[in-house]
Design a protein around this ligand. Structure first.
Ligand SMILES: O=C(CO)COP(=O)(O)O
Length: 253
């Protein structure tokens, strides 16, 4: 059975005190995670060690970085390597978020290098893909996402692919209040799984966790998570409110 994941992406929000409070509120909510369900907090770099210490004794709770650099080490002032993240006990790393692609010019090729470094350092990549509005309007979203997968992931071995989590985040749904309908999410998730099956075989595709992201909230998470190919969510705005994120964790099906 593939893993179901509720991942919080705080982006560039919250002070350390606010973040600690939020994690503690979620941990204290008394959630009993069923076998195979995981919760991930993708927090800003300066909070990673603290976040890891907070979740350490809670099975099924993990931390993620929101990025890492595409080179191993060296003279890259201000950047953070995958090895550094591993050295402080980080579990996952979000790679290829559309905000990084747009504001920091991250290309599919650069992301392929980040994926390799993450995997080489024992980090599980949460690889984000998804189309902008004009592509959705032109109904070419499948080709667009297929290319993102191909150019950043298809050099991986089958064994490496098993460590990857994919997050489908249609850009037009991020932070806009516009959610993909359950049917739109299911269609794309099924398409992604079929692409992975073509490349890596059915078994690996069936084991792949594919998250949905884009204005997910307690009121729509149940319907989204009930889709057969939606294995959880990568949650932005609603993950900043403990009660909302806790409610979404409860909707993992
Ligand atoms: O980008 C997202 C998660 O990575 C989604 O953000 P929102 O949930 O705020 O739309």
């Amino acid at each position: 059975m593939r893993k179901k994941i509720a991942a919080a992406n705080w982006k560039m929000n919250l002070t350390l005190a606010q973040g600690e409070q939020l994690i503690n509120d979620v941990l204290q909510a008394g959630i009993k995670l069923p076998e195979g369900h995981e919760v991930v907090f993708a927090v800003p770099f300066p909070y990673l060690m603290r976040a890891k210490a907070l979740v350490k004794n809670y099975p099924g709770f993990y931390v993620a970085a929101q990025n890492c650099y595409s080179e191993k080490s060296g003279a890259f002032t201000g950047e953070v390597s995958a090895e550094m993240l591993q050295s402080i006990g980080v579990d996952f790393v979000v790679l290829g978020h559309s905000e990084r692609r747009e504001y920091f010019q991250e290309s599919n090729a650069m992301l392929a290098k980040k994926i390799d470094l993450a995997l080489a350092n024992g980090l599980k990549p949460i690889f984000c893909c998804g189309e902008p509005l004009e592509i959705r309007k032109a109904e070419t979203q499948n080709e667009y996402v297929a290319r993102q997968l191909e150019e950043s992931l298809y050099h991986l071995t089958a064994e490496q692919m098993q460590q990857v989590v994919i997050a489908y985040e249609p850009i037009w749904a991020i932070g806009t209040g516009l959610t993909a309908s359950a049917a739109q999410a299911q269609d794309m998730h099924a398409y992604i799984r079929a692409q992975i099956a073509n490349k890596y075989g059915k078994e690996i595709a069936l084991g792949l966790t594919i998250l949905y992201g884009g204005s997910a909230k307690p009121s729509n998470a149940g319907e989204l998570c009930a889709c057969p190919d939606v294995d959880g969510g990568l949650i932005g705005g609603a993950s900043l409110v403990a009660a909302d994120f806790t409610a979404i964790i409860g909707k993992l099906a």
